[in-house]
Design a binder for this molecule. Structure first.
Ligand SMILES: [Zn+2]
Length: 441
């Protein structure tokens, strides 16, 4: 143990869905990226006596308007679509893909263009407090590699998917089954060689509309062989669900398509799940696959209400996704608000629906997202032994959008941040103990 920092001040985090734990006067000791001591009081001597640090720790003291919270997990975001955020929401999913998405993604065979955008994406998501993200890229391996380089340079924790698509897409932005598999294997080899502890590969069939069964089956085999994560979209929009039924008549449901392909594992993250039926929910629960809830996207592209309460009641693991550029905002804070709003709107339609509250969406954005990725032993809250992925929040920073006039408890400060705050209030971002974004002069 050659270095150690003790952070002195308030922190908030979740251990369970229904309750945020707020520690007004706490201590967090971090060494080599790991949390090596946590205290809910400020008895520094007592904490120090438990630490294995051989050198004097460095102390960092938060001021009265500051607190720490765990870094946010974005379970679903398309890095190449970033330039399209905010565009084309007068269209629905399948029209929007054709008009906006595919033409833009095709530009990423130009590495110079890819690097410029990808650098901006990582900078923006880190600034918004996303410490872990599941990214879709494009079909082009070289640009996926460029993205990985940018992520490593910036220090974000990420899963990167080379998109696979061999049918139902424009011929100028499509792959053959063999080239799709060969390129995926090339990307797997690249990622194995770099052995980065923060950036990992995730197998990424775009969705059932653009992948035939032989491609999906082979991708599932690759995931199994190399023990890889898998991500795709499911049941986002009514037209899409009907179309999937039409092109896979032998399958009983959208979920059954992925199950028959072997794509549903404990390491699978499925975006949306708006129109899942009860048998589908049961099957997903059985397989241990997770859902990325993307409320901004579901609203922007007029896809539908995703009933997260029902998913949670069924025992599914759920986290939040910005789904840029189906969603217009790269911020998980905005995503938390949208998740609450959507859930409240559902409660207007169904008497017995209990809407998600801020405790619950904060959980989904942190520990819930970590669990969806089977990473709850590594990230998600401030528990001894986990990596220090943290956001230093300041409600009263120079350019704050928050006015507060009364003395507030820590729980109230967190609420102000969740409802009124934005990336300006996120003054520092730590990933595995590294300060990867610093807005404090
Ligand atoms: Zn998406």
């Amino acid at each position: 143990m050659d270095e150690c920092t003790i952070f002195i001040g308030p922190y908030v985090h979740s251990f369970e869905q229904k309750h945020i734990t707020c520690v007004e006067n706490g201590l967090i000791a971090v060494s080599n990226g790991k949390i090596i001591g946590v205290s809910d009081n400020q008895d520094i001597d007592a904490l120090r006596s438990t630490l294995p640090c051989s050198v004097s720790p460095k102390f960092v003291t938060l001021n009265n308007s500051e607190f720490f919270c765990p870094g946010f997990v974005d379970l679903h975001i398309h890095a190449p679509q970033f330039p399209n955020a905010g565009l084309g929401y007068d269209l629905t999913l399948l029209q929007w893909l054709k008009k906006y998405t595919f033409p833009l993604e095709k530009k990423y065979n130009d590495i110079k263009f890819a690097r410029k955008i990808y650098r901006a994406v990582v900078d923006r998501t880190l600034s918004c407090g996303t410490t872990t993200a599941c990214y879709f890229c494009t079909i082009y391996v070289e640009s996926c590699i460029t993205f990985v380089e940018e992520l490593i340079e910036a220090g974000q924790r990420a899963f990167v998917g080379k998109v696979n698509m061999n049918t139902g897409c424009p011929p100028e932005y499509s792959e053959t089954t063999s080239s799709s598999i060969a390129d995926t294997e090339k990307f797997i080899d690249f990622m194995k060689n770099i052995k980065n502890s923060l950036v990992k590969l995730i197998i990424t069939p775009r969705f059932a509309v653009t992948c035939d069964m032989p491609l999906m089956t082979t991708l599932a085999e690759l995931a199994k062989k190399h023990d890889l994560y898998i991500q795709t979209h499911i049941s986002e929009n009514k037209d899409e669900v009907n179309y999937v039924k039409e092109i896979f008549p032998e399958c009983s449901s959208y979920t059954d398509v992925y199950d028959k392909a072997g794509l549903l594992t404990k390491k699978t993250v499925l975006a949306h799940g708006v129109y899942l039926t009860n048998p589908e929910l049961k099957l997903l629960k059985e397989r241990g696959s997770s859902i990325a809830h993307c409320p901004i996207s579901n609203t922007s592209l007029q896809s539908g209400f995703c009933n997260v309460r029902m998913l949670l009641n069924e025992g599914l693991s759920v986290g939040l996704g910005t789904d840029v550029a189906g969603g217009y905002s790269p911020s998980i804070i905005n995503c938390m608000r949208a998740a609450m709003n959507m859930s409240i709107h559902i409660s207007f339609l169904h008497d017995n629906h209990i809407p998600l509250n801020y405790h619950e969406v904060f959980y989904l954005a942190t520990l819930g997202g970590a669990k969806a990725l089977q990473m709850e032993n590594l990230i998600g809250n401030f528990t001894m032994g986990k990596d220090f992925d943290a956001l230093r929040i300041d409600l009263n920073c120079q350019d704050t959008p928050i006015d507060y006039f009364n003395e507030l408890t820590l729980s109230e400060k967190l609420q102000k941040f969740l409802y009124l705050g934005d990336d300006r209030n996120i003054r520092q971002v730590y990933v595995k103990g590294n300060l990867v974004k610093n807005k404090i002069q």
